[in-house]
Design a protein around this ligand. Sequence first.
Ligand code: PEP
Ligand code: MG
Length: 590
Amino acid sequence: MERQIRGIPASPGIVVGYAHLLRWEVPDVRHRIIPDENIHDEIARLHEAIERAKERLRHLRMRVEASAGPEEAAIFDVQASILEDRALTRGVEELIRQNIGAEKAFDLVMLEWRTRFARHSAPMLRERVGDLTDVHIRVLSLLLGLPDHDPVDLPAGSNAILVTHDLTPSLTVQLDRRTIAAIATDAGTRTSHVAILARSLGLPAVVGLRTATTELVGGERIVLDGGTGMLAINPSDEEITRYHERQREEEVAEAALAELAALEAITLDGVRVTLRANVDIPEEAEAAARSGAEGVGLMRTEFLVVGRASMPDEEEQYRAYVRVVEAFAGKPVVIRTFDIGGDKLPMSGFPVEPNPFLGWRAIRMCLDQPDMFRTQLRAMLRAAVHGDLRIMLPLIVSLDEIHAARLLLDEAAAELGARGVPYRADVPLGVMIETPAAAVASDTLTGEVDFFSIGTNDLVQYTLAVDRGNANLAPRFTPLHPAVLRLIKRTVDVADLGGIEVSVCGEMASQPLMAFALLGLGVRQMSVAPRSVPLVKRLVRGVTAAHAKLAASAALRALTADQARRELARRLADVLGDAPYLYDGLPGAD
Ligand code: PEP
Ligand code: MG
């Protein structure tokens, strides 16, 4: 009997496959007293599990090195070295000699180590807590004979749908598209990082399912529809045939959309819109360029860091940025400085904060760690020699931050000059407008920057005080709320007055109805996931800017987000008919 669970559509595509359940959590361990005569065997059992865990890490390392690269694979060396630590094994052996079962002994020692490292004053040691947790789970699973859940051993083409609570960094680097066909998570929303990453990789995904890991045991036949947010468990053969038909229909529609790649994004009344792509992973740059995007409106560099044991050095960053710049051959490529820390890709090396959304992240963390920041800026200035690279700063709230960043940019340039390395000095510098402070006071910033880019994911989060990653709050995350629309309008007007460019690079721009609103608010540049480029282009080519302006005025007068949505939908349907694709995945849409 087919059962369905509904979640949040995160990345489109229909996949018929099998559930690969991944419960990456420390298992419960029972206390077991062992008799004296078994102590020797129990210690041997511990060592055997550790050897098997090491073997597994070697295997994982090879796989990840082949699929993602040597830097990503280095995370597994750190874990292997933990298992080689004699102090750790001695601690466990001692407890076993006191008649405690191997799994409980290992559990107790790991708990103690994790607590000790988490409290350590040295960031390098705090950074190891995530690795210790991975090792803790890995060895305990072996000692307890629990099923092996790592996604690494799936044979290629196995059509596995990865079902997990949330994606951790070490899982993220293991995502291999040859083995994993789609992702389903209990946690997350459309704007959370799992969703962003899945879209970048072109992997269909449904997030915010809440109960997927409890409703599934693994191995079930499932259908995942990333466009509607549906997960069907144990569908019948007839139902599977229907899904296959829908899959084919989607492919046909997608192929038709792809034909738009070579056409201009221009409205029926001749207003030109610049559509760029959001690129999160350098390896995706070439595919993004084929989507018809006129450059990159946002490269999220934090994905160079996720799941890594250390920060990427200048050379590695330089290579990554050059790859993207070259893929877009002379077209603008906006690269954002690291947006890490706090709730944003929490990094294991940094203190856990009581209020991470308002915490030490993004530009704040970069300005406080000038060496790390200058390394990134040097890599960017060097890569700028190869094309039209532009630098963008995230989470700006005040002009002081821009001044401080400019000073560091000058220092980075001076360092390159002293080294005699070629770089470009006049790289444009822009800021993200993603806090209410930056939007309201955007007029204080125009004199110091070359462009604005409105990050609606965070702007909505901070304006409405709605956690963007909380599945329970997803219906309250409404980009069409009057406060958000007014902040966008203000930012666009201020940029126009100040004579600087303004674009929108948040998720909002990739949804046709919202893109229609943005067009009407005067936005002429948008940056969206590569797959959404043709979708937004079709919208632009199907409407007039004059009509969009009228619709946006009505939306601005609306008293609620829902009313604004209805105003926009009615006016859009007037010109495009009631095409269902226009409303897919809209928060609050029924
Ligand atoms: C945003 O906040 O809208 C944005 C584009 O950046 P990110 O999603 O990476 O926070
Ligand atoms: Mg943001």
